[in-house]
Design a protein around this ligand. Structure first.
Ligand code: GLN
Ligand code: ZN
Length: 759
C-alpha cells in the first residue's frame, strides 16, 4: 500500500494564534506555561487536521516557537558564548534572546543573523559556530513531540534538519571551516536517532535541501561520512528529503547514501524521476513530492498521477510514499477561511489543508479506490475553468507582450548623453542629496489607514489626512535642504500590496498568512491572471507633492521583479512572462508620471538578488529576463528624465554585470554597515552611471555623526569619480521616528556640503 506523508505543516495557526501568543509572551503578558500550552494545542490541532485530510504519516518536530534552524542549534547545544549563561539559567528566555537579541540595563546581546531559507521568503537564524567546539544533545524535544502525538493516537515521522544542511547554513565566527566540525556533530545526531528509535519512531525525515545546490566536493564527502556514521547505530528508518529543486549532480550521491528512503521534489523537477528510479538501489523507499508546497494552485492531478503510476510500476506500491514537494510552511493554512474570495478563484486554489487532500486523492486513485475518479474529474473541471477563464487570459495583454522588441527596452540615448540632458534639466549640485522614498510611518498614519479600511474614516477625510502628511514631509525636506524630494509614501501599506491592489490580475486573501520569521507573517498577493493597469496608480500623489515645491519630486514605483518575487505567482506560464506583463503595466505608469511633469522616477528592485536561482547554471537566464523587465519599465522616457533604482543589500560582486545592464541613471544601495566595501564591485567593474551609497544605517536607531558620513563618502570617492556620487540613507525611513530622522538627515546634508567644499 502506498503511504501518504507530509514534510511539514505551517505552525503559525489558521488565525496566527502562535503569533498572538508569542507577542503577548514577549510583552510580559503571557506566562511561558500558557505559551507552551498554546503551542501544544496548535500541534494537536494540526496533527488531527492532517490525519483527517488523509495523511497516513504526518510529521512531528516540524513545529517551532521561532525557527527550525535555531531549534536545531539549540538541540545540539550550539549556543554562542555570549548566550551561554542566559541559556543555562533560563532556556526559553535564552532561546528567544538568541532569536531577537536582548537589551536591558547592563546587557546588550545581539541576535543571531537572519537570512533567507534557500529561495523562499522564510528567514532562518544563522547558527554561530567556532573551531573545536563541542556538540551535545540538549534535551529531547523531537522525542517529546513524537510521544506527544502518540499520546493522541497519532503516529508521526519526526523531522530533523540533516547535519550537512545544518552546517551548510551555519557560519563560523572565527572563519574556520564549519565542515571540520562534522565529526563532532554527528555523534549527537546518532544519539538522538537512538532515542527516537527507543521511543518507537519507525521513520525519521532528515531534511537535506542542501543537496539541490552546487556543492563543493568536500561537502559531498562530508555527506558520505555523516550518513555512514548515522546508519551504523540503532535508529529508525531514515527518509532523506531533498526539495526546492533537482538533485542533479548530487543524485548519485543521494542514492548511494545508506538511508532507507529518498524524497524528490517532482514539482520543481519532474524530469529527475527517471534518473532517480535508475539510481536507487532495490528496496529503497521512494517519496514523490507531487503537490506544490511553494505555491497556492490546485494540482493537475492527472499529470501527478502519471508520475506516481510510472514510479509504482518500477518500485512497487509498498516502496512508494506520496507527499507535497516540500514542507507546507510556505503556503497559507486553509482556504476555507477565505469567505471574500470569488468562487472561481477559490476553486483554483489550494492551501496547506487542501494540498493534503490532493495527496490523498492521488493515493486513492493509485490504489483504484472508489471516489477517486470523481475527485480527479473535479480537478479537471477546475483546471479547465482556470485555463479558459477570461479573467485569466486577456488577449490584449498577449498581443502587447508579442510586440516586445529589444528597442522597447532601450533608452533613447546612451548614458553620457542622458546625463547631460538630465543635468541641464535638473541643475543639481555635486553630491546631490535624496532619500529612498518612505518617511516615518507613525502610529497616526497606520491608525488612519486602518480606520479608512474598516470604514470608520471617510475617503475624503483620509485623503485630506494624507495630503497634510505629504505636505509636511515636503516642507520638512525643503527645510533640511534635500535636493531631490520624495512624497513620503504615507498612502502605502506595503510596497507590493499597494500596486497589486491597483492592478488587474492580482487577488488578496483575508487570512492567507505565511510565516516570514518568528512571529512575523506576510500575506503575499496572488497573481492569478494577465496583468493590466486600469488607471494610473501613483500619479495623483506624486503630482500633488510636486505641486508643493520647486525642487524635483521623485516618483516612486516598485519594480517588476520585486512585485513578482513577493507574490504567489501563476504556474500556468513562465515567471518571466508574468514579470514582463507587470513591467509593461509599470512602463505605462512611468510614462504617465513623466507626462505629469515628474522628472525623476525611482523603480525599486530590492528583491532582484533574492530571485537568483539556487543553481549557478540558471543564473544567466534569470538575470537576462529580470534586467529586460526593468529596462522595459524604464526605457520609454525622454533622455532628460532621470531613472533611479534602489536595492537594499550589499552583495553585488556576482551580479554587477546585470546591475550595470539595467542602465539606471542612478542606483542607491545599502553600504553603511559594510563601510563602503561593497562599492569595490562597482569600482572594479568601472560602473559608469551614478551611485548613491547609503551613508546612514536606517535599521538602527543610532544616528551617525556628520564626520562619520563624510568619512564614508571619502571612502566612496577614493574608488568612484566624485561626479558619480549621490548622498542618501541606506533605505526608506518608514520604521524610524521623526526626531531621529531630522537629526540624521540634517547631518547627511551637512556631509554633502562638506564634500562639495573639499572637491
Ligand atoms: N521606496 C521604498 C521605501 O523607501 C523602498 C523600500 C525597500 O527598498 N525595501 O520604503
Ligand atoms: Zn531598501
Amino acid at each position: 500500500m502506498t503511504l501518504t506523508t507530509n514534510l511539514g505543516f505551517p505552525r503559525i495557526g489558521p488565525r496566527r494564534e502562535l503569533k498572538q501568543a508569542l507577542e503577548a509572551h514577549w510583552r510580559g503578558e503571557m506566562p511561558a506555561t500558557q505559551l507552551l500550552d498554546t503551542a501544544r494545542q496548535l500541534r494537536a490541532r494540526h496533527w488531527r487536521l492532517q490525519r483527517e485530510a488523509g495523511i497516513d504519516l504526518p510529521p512531528s518536530n516540524d513545529f517551532s516557537l521561532y525557527d527550525q534552524v535555531l531549534d536545531t542549534a539549540f538541540l545540539f547545544d550550539a549556543i554562542p558564548r555570549r548566550y551561554r549563561a542566559l541559556v543555562d539559567a533560563a532556556p526559553l528566555a535564552g532561546y528567544f534572546a538568541m532569536a531577537r537579541g536582548l537589551q536591558r540595563p547592563g546587557t546588550d546581546l545581539h541576535a543571531l543573523e537572519m537570512t533567507k531559507w534557500f529561495d523562499t521568503n522564510y528567514h532562518y537564524l544563522v547558527p554561530e559556530l567556532e573551531a573545536g567546539q563541542d556538540f551535545a544533545l540538549r534535551g529531547d524535544a523531537p522525542v517529546a513531540q513524537y510521544l506527544e502525538a502518540r499520546r493522541l493516537g497519532i503516529e508521526t515521522r519526526p523531522v530533523l534538519i540533516g547535519p550537512v544542511t545544518f552546517l551548510w547554513l551555519s557560519k563560523t565566527v572565527d572563519g574556520s571551516d564549519r565542515f571540520a566540525l562534522l565529526d563532532r556533530l554527528v555523534p549527537a545526531y546518532a544519539q538522538l536517532l537512538e532515542k527516537l528509535h527507543a521511543a518507537g519512531a519507525g521513520w525519521v525525515q532528515v531534511d537535506e535541501p542542501a543537496l539541490v545546490l552546487d556543492l563543493p566536493e568536500p561537502v559531498r564527502d562530508a555527506c558520505r561520512r555523516a550518513y555512514a556514521a548515522l546508519a551504523a547505530g540503532p535508529r529508525p528508518k531514515l527518509m532523506l528529503a531533498s526539495y526546492f529543486g533537482a538533485l542533479g549532480d548530487n543524485l548519485q550521491l543521494a542514492a548511494s547514501l545508506p538511508v532507507d528512503g529518498l524524497h524528490l521534489d517532482l514539482v520543481r523537477a519532474p524530469e529527475q524521476l527517471e534518473a532517480a528510479l535508475d539510481a536507487l538501489p532495490p528496496g529503497r523507499m521512494l517519496s514523490l513530492g507531487l503537490v506544490d508546497g511553494r505555491n497556492v494552485w490546485r494540482t493537475r492531478l492527472d499529470n501527478a498521477l502519471l508520475l506516481a503510476r510510472y514510479a509504482r510500476n518500477r518500485v512497487g506500491a509498498d516502496n512508494l510514499c506520496l507527499a507535497p514537494s516540500c514542507s507546507l510552511l510556505h503556503v497559507p493554512v486553509d482556504l476555507e477561511g477565505e469567505k471574500a474570495l470569488d468562487a472561481d478563484l477559490k476553486s483554483w486554489l489550494s492551501f496547506a489543508r487542501q494540498k493534503l487532500g490532493e495527496v490523498r486523492v492521488l493515493a486513492d486513485a493509485l490504489e483504484g479506490r472508489p471516489g477517486a475518479e470523481a475527485a480527479l474529474e473535479d480537478a479537471r473541471l477546475r483546471f479547465e475553468s482556470r485555463r479558459t477563464s477570461a479573467r485569466v487570459h486577456r488577449p490584449e495583454v498577449a498581443q502587447r507582450l508579442a510586440t516586445i522588441s529589444p528597442a522597447l527596452a532601450q533608452r533613447g540615448s546612451p548614458y553620457p548623453a542622458r546625463r547631460q540632458a538630465q543635468q541641464a534639466a535638473l541643475a543639481l549640485p555635486p553630491y546631490p542629496t535624496t532619500t529612498i522614498g518612505s518617511f516615518p510611518q507613525t502610529r497616526q498614519v497606520r491608525e488612519a489607514r486602518a480606520k479608512f479600511k474598516s470604514g470608520k474614516l471617510e475617503g475624503a477625510a483620509y485623503e485630506a489626512f494624507l495630503e497634510a502628511q505629504t505636505e509636511q514631509c515636503v516642507r520638512f525636506q525643503e527645510q533640511v535642504g534635500i535636493d531631490v524630494l520624495v512624497h513620503g509614501e504615507f498612502e502605502r501599506n506595503d510596497m507590493v500590496e499597494y500596486f497589486g491592489e491597483q492592478l488587474d490580475g492580482f487577488a488578496f486573501t483575508r487570512l492567507g498568512w505565511v510565516q516570514s520569521y518568528g512571529s512575523r507573517c506576510v500575506k503575499p498577493p496572488i497573481i492569478f491572471g494577465d496583468v493590466v493597469r486600469p488607471a494610473p496608480m501613483t500619479v495623483r500623489w506624486s503630482t500633488f507633492a510636486q505641486s508643493l515645491t520647486a525642487r524635483p519630486m521623485k516618483g516612486m514605483l516598485t519594480g517588476p521583479v520585486t512585485v513578482l518575487q513577493w507574490s504567489f505567482v501563476r504556474d500556468d506560464q513562465p515567471r518571466a512572462d508574468t514579470c514582463r506583463q507587470i513591467a509593461l503595466a509599470l512602463r505605462d505608469e512611468v510614462l504617465d508620471l513623466e507626462a505629469a511633469g515628474i522628472r525623476v522616477i525611482q523603480i525599486d528592485e530590492p528583491a532582484l538578488r533574492e530571485g537568483l536561482p539556487l543553481r549557478r547554471a540558471h543564473w544567466d537566464a534569470y538575470l537576462e529576463w529580470a534586467v529586460e523587465c526593468f529596462r522595459l519599465c524604464a526605457s520609454g522616457v525622454d533622455d532628460a528624465t532621470q531613472i533611479h533604482t534602489h536595492m537594499c543589500y550589499a552583495e553585488f560582486n556576482d551580479i554587477i554585470q546585470a546591475v550595470a545592464a539595467m542602465d539606471a541613471d542612478v542606483i542607491s544601495i545599502e553600504t553603511s554597515r559594510s563601510r563602503m566595501e561593497l562599492l569595490d564591485a562597482f569600482a572594479r567593474f568601472r560602473y559608469p552611471n551614478q551611485i548613491g551609497p547609503g551613508v546612514y544605517d536606517i535599521h538602527s536607531p543610532r544616528i551617525p555623526t556628520t564626520a562619520e558620513m563624510v568619512e564614508l563618502l571619502e571612502k566612496a570617492r577614493k574608488v568612484l569619480a566624485p561626479d558619480q556620487l549621490w548622498v542618501n540613507p541606506d533605505c526608506g525611513l518608514k520604521t524610524r521616528g521623526w526626531e531621529e530622522t531630522e537629526v540624521a538627515l540634517r547631518r547627511m546634508v551637512e556631509a554633502a556640503v562638506v564634500m562639495r567644499g573639499s572637491a
